[in-house]
Design a protein around this ligand. Structure first.
Ligand SMILES: Cc1cc2nc3c(=O)[nH]c(=O)nc-3n(C[C@H](O)[C@H](O)[C@H](O)COP(=O)(O)OP(=O)(O)OC[C@H]3O[C@@H](n4cnc5c(N)ncnc54)[C@H](O)[C@@H]3O)c2cc1C
Length: 285
């Protein structure tokens, strides 16, 4: 028999999942009910977390905290986030179409662990930490994904949200997604870039790519190459070549590995220049 339980508090949810570790957590259901439709009958039970008010908050300030049940639509249209963390709003706005954004949640996007998840690259460059309950644990999002559809979460854990520090005034950002069409398309390749610019110099940067490796991944060697470079003599061609060398795309229905490698280079270059521009500097290239 399939059971259904909808806790009204987080502590009830934690206790239930501890006792029923094969129960499937359901948040917005946009992924679970579509992708696993054929398997629904064989699932032993569901825990519906959509009533947990504790997971629906967005806390603003120097430390930003977003609950797991916050939807893509809420992130994309949140006035404070749009002003201070537009990078994340852009990631959320790139998800599916209005129906998916209205139901799909941040927690579901991360737990689903798709290499193409649109919230993952922006959150990783923001240095976000995933917050888990039962047992409680905090883990840098960068270390959260362990393979396509896999995370480091234990079966009795729930994502309660993410937290990160508000970007500084001298930081610029960009999120670009390449898909077969402009809406309702899973990324063939995506890239988030966050830069810090001071006195004409790229003092720091983080780059994270989606859909070009088994998990959303930082391009750390490319970051190293560019860190400290002057904006008037950026080694863009070398950076692009380095980025293409350090990704490990695969062939799938959305594109071949070779296409992804070719496309990721210019996509990254555009994102970098856009990020520098968003930091308030007009790049030369
Ligand atoms: C037509 C269509 C288009 C889509 N387009 C995109 C797209 O462009 N970009 C993109 O990134 N995604 C896309 N998706 C995938 C999906 O909708 C999103 O990833 C969404 O954020 C999933 O959230 P949800 O709340 O609906 O998750 P659910 O379907 O409820 O759950 C997904 C998985 O996460 C687990 N889970 C959910 N919440 C938690 C939690 N708090 N703690 C632990 N485990 C949890 C569930 O058990 C399940 O395994 C698309 C899906 C469809 C059907």
């Amino acid at each position: 028999m399939t059971t259904y339980f909808a806790p009204s508090t987080l502590s009830e949810a934690v206790a239930y999942i501890h006792e029923n570790q094969t129960a499937k957590i359901i948040a917005g259901g946009t992924d679970l009910l579509v992708k696993r439709y054929e398997e629904l009958d064989s699932m032993t039970g569901f825990m519906d977390i959509s009533h947990l008010a504790e997971l629906k908050n967005i806390k603003t300030g120097e430390e930003v905290q977003i609950g797991a049940m916050v939807t893509h639509g809420e992130i994309a249209g949140h006035p404070w986030l749009l002003q201070h963390v537009p990078l994340l709003c852009q990631g959320a706005a790139a998800v599916g179409g209005p129906q998916i954004r209205n139901r799909g949640t941040l927690g579901g996007n991360l737990a689903n662990a798709s290499p193409a998840a649109d919230l993952a690259p922006p959150l990783i460059v923001l240095g976000a930490v995933a917050e888990l309950a039962g047992p409680q644990h905090q883990v840098p999002l960068e270390e959260f994904f362990s393979g396509p559809g896999k995370t480091i979460m234990q079966p009795n854990q729930i994502i309660t949200g993410v937290k990160f520090t508000k970007p500084a005034a001298n930081q610029g950002w960009a999120y670009l997604k390449l898909g077969k069409r402009k809406a309702m398309a899973i990324a063939t390749a995506s890239v988030a870039v966050l830069v810090a610019v001071e006195d004409g110099q790229l003092t720091d940067l983080r780059i994270c790519l989606g859909s070009v490796a088994p998990v959303p991944s930082r391009a750390k060697k490319t970051e190293e190459l560019l860190r400290g470079q002057r904006l008037d003599s950026l080694e863009l061609a070398a950076a692009q070549a380095q980025l293409q060398a350090e990704i490990s795309p695969i062939d799938d229905i959305r594109g071949s590995a070779e296409y992804r490698r070719q496309a990721a280079g210019p996509l990254f270059r555009r994102a970098l220049l856009q990020a520098i521009k968003n930091a308030g500097v007009e790049p030369d290239a």
